[in-house]
Design a binder for this molecule. Sequence first.
Ligand SMILES: *Cc1c(COP(=O)(O)O)cnc(C)c1O
Length: 432
Amino acid sequence: MFVSKNLDVNENGNLTIGGFDTVELAKKYGTPLYVMDEDMIRSHCRSFKESIDKFYGGNGLVCYASKVFSCKEIYRLVASEGLGVDVVSGGELYTAIAAGTDPKKICMHGNNKTIDELKMALEYGVGRIVADNIYEMKSIDKLCAETGKKADILLRIKPGVDAHTHNFIRTGQIDSKFGFALETGEAFEAVKFALECTNLNFVGIHCHIGSQILDTQGFEAAAEVMLVFIKKIRDELNAEVRDLNLGGGFGIQYTEADDPLPYEAFMEAVSLIVHKFCKENDMPLPFIIIEPGRSIAGPAGVTLYTVGGKKIIPNIRTYVSIDGGMCDNPRYILYQSEYDAVVANKASEPKNTVVTIAGKCCESGDLIGENMPLQECEPGDILAVCATGAYNYSMSSNYNRLLKPAVVFIKGGESRVVVRRETLEDIIRNDI
Ligand SMILES: *Cc1c(COP(=O)(O)O)cnc(C)c1O
């Protein structure tokens, strides 16, 4: 009935998340409000971790791709589950360190890390920097020389496998701003360059083939391509590749149309390929890193709004306006992403209407979705948008000087604020 397993309806007909009445949460903390189910996040961390233990002898690391939802509490949470983290900016890195993350378990990504960001990464001693281009390798090498450090780096590779939802395509995929292309020889030259840099420790290769992927074939194809490259590096450059980082992208259910796999299916499929290839080619098994983001946080979250005005345009559509929108969830205006919505205080009623949910920003495109089945609703109702735990809070903005909502975690019968709601004072904080 609901897209996420932690959603249900209670005896009052209200939507619950992890057993919590969402209408009560809206009353207590106000709207708009992000609510995240800590137990579910933890169970997702465990599923990925256990899949490496079960299918790959524990010879790997799950790094939470923190761009999907970044605040101090989530770094503490994933660390307590034994995960590492990916960061893509100085801001994410700073937050992770402020939350006490072990720098050795941090992997630094980004296609244009600034010199300041690289300096920060080296000062904190992050465990892995994924280098995206030659200029970056030169910069890291130089910074290391100046400070007497040596950096462990991976190279970001475009494997020529591009996966989206149910399909993957073998493309040149040369046209991407991320990483080095394999088939042009660019990636091989980059490895040679890395090996020549005296202050760089070339430890591995990385790829990330897409997002919201709902089957394993793309990962299998990418793993195969990467293994062939590892073999080439061994045979022709006599260099060992320690880490094979296969990225993230594991899909979740947003609407009834999505049918995601159990999370362990990815490692199961990939380990088969890796074991077979390494055996046939007499290669040591690489240390495997996976980087789930959306799949860890996405299904664990809902966003609660208060319904305002309704605009019925005969024979065209009905707009239902809410007290948030593209500022707290820009995914519709960015990608026309689909969501499932529920009137939280009427969750047991049938969805008899089809509406367009409109935000309150001064943009016609500021919608949560169009043609969304919904219960009849009226001003003052609480609207829940489901599976908003990933790429919502982290993509939020202050457009129109709207205040960013609070984030509340629920766990074992308790709810607590992990990110405070912004105040008007916050809005002018940096204004001179
Ligand atoms: C975005 C990203 C991820 C996470 O992707 P999801 O689709 O959220 O799992 C992992 N690794 C890299 C390098 C990324 O850019």
